[in-house]
Ligand binder design. Sequence first.
Ligand code: PHE
Ligand code: CO
Length: 296
Amino acid sequence: MNATPRRVEHQQTDKGSVPVYTTAVVEQPWSSYSREDHGTWAQLFERQQKILVGRAAREFIDNQRKFGMTPHAIPKFDELNRVLKSATGWELIGVEGLLPELTFFDHLANRRFPVTWWIRRPEQIDYISEPDLFHDLFGHVPLLLNPVFADYMQAYGCGGVKAHGIGGDALVNLTRLYWYTVEFGLIKQDDGLRIYGSGIVSSKGESIYCLESPAPNRIGFDLQRIMRTRYRIDTYQKTYFVIDSYEQLMDATRPDFTPLYAELVKLDSIPAGSVLPTDHVFHCGSGEGWAKSGDV
Ligand code: PHE
Ligand code: CO
């Protein structure tokens, strides 16, 4: 454990913005948060709480309440861990920024969820290009209290270690699954489509856009289809995938992916905004306002 954790952010170079990776596990330096940091948490927390009523998945809202997170101060990882460990055996660990893939997978495979210790600056309130404490805690942690989702996250970590051994193409396929479920997933509940993806719940604009805008596609979950679908990291998504339940996610991903990766190598990737004849379409996007540039 380090004495003073660093704040590791992307760097501007002559090639543009590049991500920087770090592997240290750190103690949350709670007393070093400034009034401004706590204020940023409060502002983001209150704003999202209001927006997410009737938009976020039931389990997300209920579990957030179980943690006792409030706008008053940045939560202490130790206190959240008391609730989390006894419920699903997961543990939050503090990190300084982005982790290399294999390190990230290894933590998940061991039920450790890495949380960036630092929070965004006031000028980044509406948009930040990398995960910070608000995204990680507010966005990811509530669903770790759900037993099925908790198992899915661990299985993903194990799958990641395996895909890493298989090679680059497998990792690309697997990362798309994470992107379109854990980060940007929607779920069909009794009263309509709801958000469970962390990248959405931690974003003011996208939590409204993903459900209410006519522009994006909303398509039923399909494992192989998702693993072929490209995505953009710097705009709202062109397509959201809808699960029926967390059990569906777990059941679909339980089989060994090795033969699937071998199959996928032979198939082309699918542009982020495409709708295929085989898709189960909840909503076919109008595409209005979409960036003309290609998907990653
Ligand atoms: N079953 C997958 C594999 O064999 C592992 C996995 C589980 C991946 C859940 C993602 C989500 O690789
Ligand atoms: Co995230």
